[in-house]
Design a protein around this ligand. Structure first.
Ligand code: ATP
Ligand code: MG
Length: 397
């Protein structure tokens, strides 16, 4: 039933032809069972990594050894990539890393997965292999650990955040009592995790179905404070999420992060979560001390959209928006950001050089003055009009 099903079947066939077996596992099985769209298809196999590579080659499928040390090979079929990972069991864990060994025992591999709903396999014939009651938990909306939650969190503290993330996406009721108790005791271990791992789970949590409500629960229980002490306000997050729904925008993790960032703390959050440069710049533009977006008049709005670019302007409008009966001006500003093609200034340095201005800092300054003139004129001037203005200014000097 998946668009990638034919390609995925080729990979399972290749593994079977080599005397092994491949089964779908994790998120794709979980989400397919619920009838939700799936993100990517992961495959588990009882073949060792070298044999996986050989099996794929024998079936004329490309493979990339993306994480060979951990047993992961990416198989390419019909231009789609599938992560094929050899069954593993944990030999040693320290809360942040695991030392693993390969195994051919499906149940051992299921046992090292975090939640029962994430430990389901689906074989080539469509049979579900459920070693820990994940199917019943999934249907009942029980987000439950495989084994003892306290022990499973001690093996890997990231599971604390994953518990909240999956609760926000799949739970039908309250937190699992044993899990929330164990998580509460361990919340200060979160800051020992790498920024990359914290970022992945935090951004997914913020855009999960009930992510905003669950983040509120985490604030109340001092989880957010335990690793992101600069993200302890909830009001703007609630507002931005409501606006995204109202304006039919997809939930945006970085914008939501900006909504809960205290003014002046963007750099601390970007550092803690090891954000990419692009995401950090976006977070800073949205969360730093700055004037409120001015929605008084189309021309003022267009000037700001021109200065910020449409994407940052959209962020700022949503963050600054004051919802209410008379928020027509905010709506109008949002419409402009969505529909106005930000124009390009029609002149470049070479146009001024042709008029006899020497290349150098002065040329840059003159060009910037002309651009300001053009912006103040509501972007009306075309290249000829801008050139005429340039000449007029030259002859004055
Ligand atoms: P999605 O990709 O939709 O966010 P997912 O279930 O695929 O959900 P991933 O983070 O991609 O989540 O992990 C894939 C699978 O690997 C999980 O379903 C789970 O079985 C296992 N897994 C991932 N991270 C951990 C972890 N920290 N501890 C134990 N098992 C994990
Ligand atoms: Mg996944």
């Amino acid at each position: 039933s998946w668009p990638q099903a034919t390609a995925a079947a080729k990979v399972l066939d290749a593994l079977a032809a080599a005397g092994g077996e491949g089964r779908f596992v994790g998120g794709c099985v979980r989400d397919a069972l619920l009838g939700r769209g799936i993100r990517d298809i992961d495959i588990a196999t009882n073949l060792a990594p070298e044999k996986v590579i050989a099996a794929l080659a024998a079936a004329s499928l490309k493979s990339v050894p993306t994480g060979i040390k951990h047993g992961t090979v990416t198989a390419i079929a019909d231009h789609v990539g599938f992560e094929v990972t050899t069954l593993r069991h944990d030999v040693e864990t320290d809360g942040r890393h695991a030392t693993v060994a390969f195994t051919d025992d499906w149940q051992q591999d299921a046992a090292r997965r975090d939640l029962t709903m994430n430990a389901l396999f689906c074989d080539a014939a469509g049979n579900i292999h459920d070693y820990f009651g994940g199917l019943a938990d999934l249907k009942a909306g029980h987000v439950r650990f495989v084994g003892d939650p306290a022990q499973r969190m001690d093996e890997d503290y990231l599971r604390i955040l994953r518990f909240f993330r999956f609760h926000a996406d799949y739970a039908a009721g309250d937190f699992d009592a044993a899990a929330i108790a164990a998580a509460t005791q361990r919340r200060h271990e979160l800051k020992r995790l790498s920024g990359e791992r914290l970022r992945q789970e935090t951004l997914k949590l913020l855009t999960a179905r009930r992510g905003v409500a669950v983040w509120g629960e985490m604030l109340g229980r001092d989880f957010a404070g335990a690793y992101l002490p600069w993200a302890t306000t909830q009001d703007r997050l609630v507002k931005v999420a409501a606006l995204e729904t109202r304006l039919k925008l997809a939930p945006d993790a970085v914008r939501r992060l900006a909504a809960l960032t205290l003014t002046g703390s963007g750099n601390d959050i970007a550092e803690t979560l090891k954000l990419s440069n692009a995401d950090r710049d976006r977070l800073l533009s949205a969360s730093d001390a700055r004037p409120v977006f001015d929605v008084a008049g189309d021309a003022a709005v267009r000037r700001q959209v021109y200065a910020l670019g449409n994407d940052r302007a959209r962020d700022r409008i949503l963050l600054d928006w004051e919802p209410g009966a008379d928020d027509g001006q905010w709506h109008r500003a949002f419409d402009i950001v969505e529909s106005w093609p930000r124009p390009a200034f029609p002149l470049a340095g070479r146009d001024l050089i042709k008029l006899g201005i020497a290349a150098g800092p002065e040329l840059g300054a003159k060009l910037a003055e002309l651009e300001n003139w053009w912006v103040a004129g509501d972007f009306a001037g075309d290249a000829a009009a801008c050139l005429a203005e340039a000449k007029r200014r030259l002859s004055k000097n």
